[in-house]
Ligand binder design. Structure first.
Ligand SMILES: Cc1ncc(COP(=O)(O)O)c(C=O)c1O
Length: 427
């Protein structure tokens, strides 16, 4: 499978790279530039050579319902058949907003956008408008989009710009500290008294590792921000509607002032959401600008409405919890059988696999212990064996994964590990 069968992908890449830089339209995909998929259904993908894979990337998270979910396809197709963008409001937009507010419970209002990158910017602008302050505090290893003021290289020495052409001065807007460290938060606040508009965090760290908030950490952030009049922003782009019907907020029981949703919120279709209380959010109607030609287009809104309806009317969270939990346990067993120091950490809906030995992993600094290059060498064997994963080590589980995909994954990973071990022995 995989490399031996990636002939069509290589040929398509040769053509693509002539017209698209690097052969990809998002730099995150450079590591898979020669991979071309023809279709996806449920938890499986087929490449352009007809080879089948069990998918644990899920488009980097969005396909929480599985690919090409029939109810999503039917509902969205019906809505867009009557047109997509009208530069005015639609009833499906109202339905999406009302469904979101009802599902989230803690939030009064939403603004619907296209990407989380944009919704993060809207949140930061709102926080500055509300507080009259300039800085925001964020955490090492977390990702909030690719724009200048949030893109950070977290490797030593950190923080620094992560791209040519990125203004170094844009990082002056933020302070970056290690996650799960309330002391560091207190210290940053003491060093910048009265200057911090917002603290933005993934409520579970999933852009590097799969790190749970330590007991008291999110609660501590809530207390500190309330005490200092700072806006607390949860970036739930990955966690939202994945960790439970109310995302990380429901799971961990701490409510922010603003939260950003993306990925799972629209069942694999492109949409993002900024949610918050009426006090803050209504600023958008009174001088705080947030715009976008494609904001709340019919496709995005129909996708949100149908995704929420599916997530609310099916036992998807129980399914993911059970299937993902069993997979985590069986992978642990398999890695032990091979005597490999591969650790599986996180939650059934999103977990991280790394060559590492010791607990705990609380922060980006702790993740540096893992041998990520060794994991990257394992990935092609998994892909060749029919398990679609990326070098980042994060595995996403969808409602379409089941006992059959678990069994097949175990068999395929056994094959992959045999080849990997053999390969390491030769080298
Ligand atoms: C936590 C988080 N915030 C923001 C983003 C940016 O989202 P988008 O790619 O939709 O702009 C991502 C994307 O992976 C993310 O994981």
């Amino acid at each position: 499978m995989g490399s031996s069968s990636a002939r069509t992908g290589e040929a398509l890449f040769e053509r693509m790279v002539k017209v698209v830089p690097g052969g990809v339209n998002s730099n995150v995909r450079l590591e898979v530039a020669q991979r071309y998929f023809a279709r996806g259904a449920g938890a499986r993908l087929w490449d352009t050579d007809g080879q089948e894979y069990i998918d644990y990337v899920l488009g980097q998270g969005p396909a929480f319902l599985g690919h090409a979910h029939p109810r999503m396809l039917a509902g969205v197709t019906e809505s867009i058949a009557a047109g997509m963008t009208f530069a005015a409001q639609t009833e499906i937009e109202l339905e999406a907003a009302e469904s979101l507010v009802k599902a989230l419970v803690w939030a009064d209002m939403v603004r619907i956008g296209m990407t989380s990158t944009e919704s993060v910017q809207a949140a930061l602008r709102l926080a500055r408008a509300a507080t009259g302050r300039r800085l925001f505090l964020r955490f090492r290893g977390q990702y909030h989009g690719w724009l200048d003021n949030v893109l950070v290289n977290s490797q030593e020495p950190w923080p620094r710009v992560a791209s040519d052409g990125q203004l170094a001065s844009s990082l002056d807007e933020s302070i970056t500290i290690e996650w799960n460290d309330l002391e560091a938060v207190h210290q940053a606040l003491a060093e910048h008294p009265g200057q911090i508009a917002a603290i933005i965090t993934e409520p579970m760290m999933l852009n590097a590792g799969a790190i749970l908030p330590e007991p008291g950490f999110l609660e501590g952030l809530r207390e500190i921000t309330t005490a200092h009049g700072i806006i607390l922003i949860f970036d739930e782009t990955i966690t939202g509607f994945r960790l439970g019907p109310r995302g990380a907020i429901g799971r961990f029981g701490v409510e922010p002032d603003l939260a950003i949703f993306g990925k799972a919120v629209a069942g694999g279709f492109p949409a993002s959401v900024l949610a918050g209380n009426a006090d803050l959010m209504s600023r958008f109607a009174k001088g705080t600008n947030h715009s976008g030609t494609f904001n709340a287009n019919v496709l995005a809104c129909a996708a949100i409405v149908h995704a929420l309806a599916i997530m609310q009317s099916t036992p998807i969270y129980d399914t993911v919890e059970r299937t993902g939990g069993q997979l985590m346990a069986s992978l642990r067993g398999l890695f032990a059988d091979f005597d490999l120091q591969l650790q599986v950490r996180g939650l059934p809906a999103a977990f991280h696999v790394a060559f590492d030995t010791a607990d705990p992993v609380r922060s980006f600094a702790d993740l540096q212990r893992a041998d990520s290059e060794r994991y990257r060498r394992l990935v092609p064997h998994a892909i060749d064996s029919g398990v679609w994963i990326t070098g980042r080590g994060i595995w996403y589980v969808s409602g379409a994964h089941d006992d059959a995909t678990n069994d097949a994954t175990l068999a395929r990973m056994t094959n992959a590990l045999k080849k990997f071990v053999e390969h390491e022995r030769i080298e």
